[in-house]
Design a protein around this ligand. Structure first.
Ligand code: UDX
Length: 439
């Protein structure tokens, strides 16, 4: 099929590349000429394992191209909207400027094809009610379907080609709904043939699936971090607790890793935008618990700062502190709302000489945070440090040798912000090991 993907960020670039790799002919559109040039050269503008290979393969097949010119989408049967919906400055609400601009720019280029009207498939995470509003803008020019994605950074290619489920939010008119469903079934035919569940509903339900899923995931993380606080108050071990409750299938073991909390471009802003939307709908009370989820999460960052200040016996100014990790999670160079970077900034604000290092986020960090001392490797960051903080669990940090590192620091204190280190091995090497929610 001929497809277009509007917006070529984390979501759009991966979607366009994977759809072309599955055999479709795809044009990706983005307003950022530099990003378009890099994508056309087979060079992903962000770190995402496996994307380079898929992108290069799809470009070589001749089925994929990127452009800044919206007119080039003409003739495509399905147009995916994958632009960002960031948090609005100063409020909790989502900024829909890019979604609105994408739809406005797309509508004049929509054309009917042999199979019926063009289909617009919204993938961006939006406040419930957005699809109904956009459908008014689109009118009879095309058929709108809401088709949220659930991809995780670091696993984006795998999550796109082998998702847990496909969700279609269909228009209320049966004929238009049938057209949208038939078009998306065509796009995802190879995924559906593998038995992937496909759930169809109305626009609002599909929009809500995404924010409900992210709210649930955020709730699991903040729940276990609240238990970590209880463990800290009692001397119990949250890692043991998570494993023990996780044996109950109804609870499950995943997403119960206590530590410095969640960050990134999705969970924090999605739960805030969900609360803002609930307020607009007069349903604020239904989501007040998310405010608590958010504050438990943010408390973890200050807790790590407090542990560091304690380790430095309150004498922070001028003290070298090594921060291992800047991205919000490993296998990503994304520093949006990153707990690691937030902790580093807070310690720097207290006068510590923070040296920060990250296997992927180093270059972006040097660009956007020239105030920070960014080092090329963990070894470089820890030389002479009075405290070492592991805040993003990259495998190369988890496998660091405490004996070797012990020779290079001024004071052997390790704060394990992700509870991933072998505490016994670090203690045996003479380190003071500080876990989160662990004795
Ligand atoms: C998330 C959702 O998982 C995905 O389905 C959605 O489409 C987008 O948002 P992502 O932001 O890529 O994906 O990261 P995810 O793997 O969910 O991690 C989010 C944050 O939670 C990270 O900062 C991670 O370190 C943290 N986390 C995760 C924990 O602190 N503990 C856990 O047990 C799991």
């Amino acid at each position: 099929m001929n497809l277009s993907v509007i917006g070529c960020g984390y979501l759009g670039a991966v979607h366009a590349s994977c759809m072309a790799d599955l055999g479709h002919t795809v044009v990706g559109v983005d307003v950022d000429a530099a990003k378009v040039a890099r994508l056309n050269a087979g060079d992903p503008p962000f770190h995402e394992p496996g994307l380079g290979e898929v992108l290069q393969r799809a470009l070589a097949s001749g089925r994929l191209r990127f452009t800044t010119d919206m007119a080039e989408v003409a003739g495509a049967e399905v147009h995916f909207i994958g632009v960002g919906t960031p948090q609005q400055l100063g409020t909790y609400a989502a900024d829909l400027t890019y979604v609105d601009a994408a739809v406005d720019a797309l509508v004049p280029h929509l054309t009917d094809g042999p199979n019926g009207p063009a289909v617009i498939a919204g993938k961006s995470t939006v406040p419930v009610g957005t699809a109904a509003r956009l459908a008014e803008t689109i009118g009879d020019a095309g058929v709108l379907v809401w088709n949220p994605e659930f991809l995780r950074e670091g696993f984006a290619v795998q999550d796109t080609v082998a998702p847990d489920r496909l969700v279609y939010g269909l228009p209320p008119e049966p004929e238009r709904a049938a057209r949208a469903q038939e078009a998306l079934d065509g796009v995802y035919v190879s995924i559906l043939e593998r038995g992937t569940p496909r759930l169809t509903a109305d626009w609002a339900s599909a929009e809500l699936v995404k924010v409900a899923a992210n709210s649930f995931l955020a709730t699991k993380i903040s729940f276990i971090n609240a238990m970590a606080e209880m463990c800290e108050a009692t001397g119990a071990d949250v890692s043991f607790l998570a494993e023990a409750i996780g044996h109950d299938d109804r609870i499950g073991k995943k997403f119960l890793k206590a530590g410095v909390g969640f960050g990134g471009g999705c969970l924090p802003k999605d739960i805030r935008a969900f609360m803002a939307r609930a307020g607009e709908l007069g349903a604020e009370q239904s989501l007040t618990f998310l405010r608590e989820i958010d504050s438990i999460n943010l408390r973890r960052r200050q807790h790590v700062v407090n542990l560091t200040v304690h380790a430095l016996e309150g004498r922070v100014p001028g003290k070298p502190v090594a921060v291992l990790g800047a991205a919000f999670k490993p296998h990503s160079d994304d520093i949006r709302d990153s707990p690691a970077l937030d902790v580093a900034s807070r310690l720097s604000g207290l006068g510590a000489k923070v040296r920060i290092t990250d296997p992927a986020a180093g270059p972006v960090l040097r660009q956007v945070r020239p105030d920070l001392d960014v080092r090329d490797s963990a070894g470089d960051a820890i030389d002479g440090a009075h405290a070492v903080l592991l805040l993003t669990e990259w495998p190369e940090f988890v496998s660091l040798d405490p004996v070797e590192l012990g020779e290079r620091v001024a004071q052997r204190t390790i704060i394990d912000g992700r509870n991933v280190l072998d505490s016994a091995a670090w203690r045996a090497a003479g380190w003071t090991y500080v876990g989160l929610g662990r004795p």
